[in-house]
Design a protein around this ligand. Structure first.
Ligand code: HDL
Ligand code: ZN
Length: 414
């Protein structure tokens, strides 16, 4: 039965709210990984986005900040960004949205009362609460086999919550080959920096080991704006001789996330990365020269978004995903999602949370769903103005493809 234009907005809102989400990129961990799973108000407040915003407002050097304890850091950020100023930035608003979604009194601004709430829930209850509030079916983690803490947790073989899927993250291998070589050798892989001997087959063996261990749903890497392909650098050789053939043979997608200028301000540590305009030609060549590999691509610069959407029109093995990091702000999510829908229809993955703290999924998905609803309503209104009729079941179908259908297809999930 066709919808009236008056009922359209409410129906889209309902379908979006009810749409379960598969979150294709996060930094969350299953609770079996112990303290690698960050959660609670002090972690929310000391998110690196808020560290950067705080240190713009007070005459404190990053070194001084990092020398403080976690609770002291959270107190400082709360005072600086939430009490002495209104928390209008997206990362600040997100904290308050999450508190509100958990049913806490945000008008009290009583940080200790929020701490008491979080201290009273077990990690299992906490994961269930956040997943319920964000209507999450599953999240994809970011798993770095070169990270000593994380790799030891995998070796311990802790039972993983099936809602936490793995992604094999390869930044050290592809971005710092010189320092990856000694780590690989120490772990028994017969590799050489100049790629002599059995290097290619040994790196392949390394990938296979972690594919069996993690059962990842894709391989990922974050890349600098100057990333080019094809390329004679170690990264280019590893892509050509190991990674891309591995993805082709295993059927695992490859997810280059491009445009990160690492540690522009090293003193800020995780908060010190920035953004640069990337070369879309590298993405086009990846897709053109590797037609049997499926690429999931997110690019960090706003200036690359239009050409990325156009490139996706040219290559069916290119799936665009997310409004990543510095793009995950309402004004840009709206601009980018509108443009993608106009160029790609519904064949893209509009968002991922990139959550580092469990509770962030609550606000990141609430905020994104609000924007995506707005864009969809406008697009359906344009459609209905032509006399096209729309039923609730069709809207539900479209919405579900955006929030989990396209992800499940891209990751070969049942
Ligand atoms: O490389 C990445 O996956 C980025 O998302 C970084 O982790 C970044 O620090 C971040 O958290 N962005 O939201
Ligand atoms: Zn990330």
């Amino acid at each position: 039965m066709s919808l009236s234009s008056e009922r359209l907005a409410k129906t889209v809102e309902k379908c979006v709210l009810e749409a379960p989400v598969v979150d294709i990129h996060t930094h969350l961990y299953s609770s079996s990984f112990g303290d690698l799973l960050l959660r609670g108000i002090d972690e929310l407040l000391t998110y690196h986005y808020l560290i950067a915003e705080t240190l713009r407002c007070i005459p404190m050097k990053p070194k001084e900040y990092y020398a403080m304890g976690k609770e002291e850091q959270a107190d400082l950020i709360w005072k600086t960004l939430f009490l002495e100023r209104s928390p209008v930035s997206e990362a600040c608003r997100g904290v308050v949205t999450t508190l509100q979604e958990y049913g806490l009194d945000t008008s009290s601004r009583d940080l200790d009362s929020y701490r008491r709430f979080f201290s009273n829930i077990s990690v299992e209850e906490h994961v269930d609460l956040a997943f319920k509030k964000a209507n999450l079916e599953a999240v994809v983690m970011t798993n770095d086999p070169f990270d000593p803490v994380e790799s030891s947790r995998w070796e311990e073989g802790a039972e993983r919550d099936p809602r936490f899927l793995a992604a094999l993250r390869l930044d050290p291998l592809l971005n710092t080959w010189t320092s990856a070589v000694p780590i690989l050798k120490e772990r028994g892989y017969d590799v050489a920096e100049d790629f002599s001997g059995k290097t290619v087959s040994e790196v392949r063996r390394f990938l296979e080991y972690w594919r069996k261990k993690m059962e990842p749903v894709y391989l990922a890497v974050s890349l600098p704006p100057e990333f080019t392909y094809p390329d004679t650098s170690p990264r280019g050789r590893l892509l050509e001789d190991v990674i891309l053939p591995f993805c082709k043979e295993t059927g695992l997608p490859f997810a280059p996330m491009i445009g990160v200028k690492k540690l522009i301000n090293p003193e800020l540590r995780l908060a010190g990365d920035s953004v640069g305009k990337s070369c879309i030609g590298a993405v086009e060549q990846l897709c053109l020269r590797n037609p049997e590999v499926r690429f999931l691509v997110s690019i960090l610069s706003r200036e690359n978004q239009h050409e990325l959407a156009v490139a996706a029109r040219k290559f069916s093995n290119l799936k665009v995903f997310g409004c990543w990091w510095f793009l995950n702000n309402p004004s840009l999510v709206e601009e980018i999602t509108t443009m993608r829908m106009e160029l790609l229809g519904l064949s893209f993955i509009p968002q991922h949370s990139d959550a580092r703290v469990l509770d962030q999924v609550v606000y990141k998905w609430k905020h994104s769903k609000e924007i995506i609803t707005k864009v969809l309503v406008r697009k359906y209104q344009d459609l209905m103005a032509t006399g096209w009729t729309l039923g609730e079941d069709e809207i539900k179908r479209d919405v579900n493809s955006l929030f989990y259908g396209n992800v499940k297809d891209a990751l070969n999930l049942a």
